[in-house]
Design a protein around this ligand. Structure first.
Ligand code: THU
Length: 131
């Protein structure tokens, strides 16, 4: 199996662990560091809806809190007919920690897949350079 297929499997497997009693919309993520470590993420909802945390941000916050700062790839998976579309907040977090050209693989049901970059997901992004 290729490394990339392994990352996709990690993101898809996270769908079964997502805590989504309110939306019933599971999302899974696999964030890969430059040295090949992987961090799995899933969405975690709350009865106070606004506190819910997306799968992508779970993966980033797990990794960053373990001292990781350099990332090479992100996979996001959903049970969606089209490749899942990451929310705006998660795109901004990608912009914080990833190079604009970093690849992001978006997965849906039935093997649907879309390859994008962080910059394609968030053009004209706001970063530290704008401060
Ligand atoms: N969600 C994610 O986990 N990632 C996204 O990029 C889109 C939205 C979650 C948040 C919430 O738990 C559910 O999907 C429905 O919005």
């Amino acid at each position: 199996m290729t490394a990339k297929q392994e990352w996709i499997d990690v993101a898809v497997k996270a769908l079964d662990k997502a805590y989504v009693p309110y939306s019933h919309f599971p999302v899974g993520a696999c964030l890969v560091t430059k040295d090949g470590k992987i961090y799995q993420g899933l969405n975690i909802e709350n009865a106070s809806y606004g506190l819910s945390n997306c799968a992508e941000r779970t993966a980033f916050f797990k990794a960053v809190s373990e001292g990781e700062r350099e990332f090479s790839h992100l996979v996001v998976a959903g049970h969606t007919p089209e490749a899942i579309s990451p929310c705006g907040a998660c795109r901004q977090v990608m912009a914080e920690f990833c190079a604009p050209e970093m690849p992001v693989t978006l997965i849906g049901d039935h093997g649907v897949k879309k390859e994008m970059t962080v910059e394609q997901l968030l053009p004209y992004m706001f970063t530290e350079k704008d401060l």
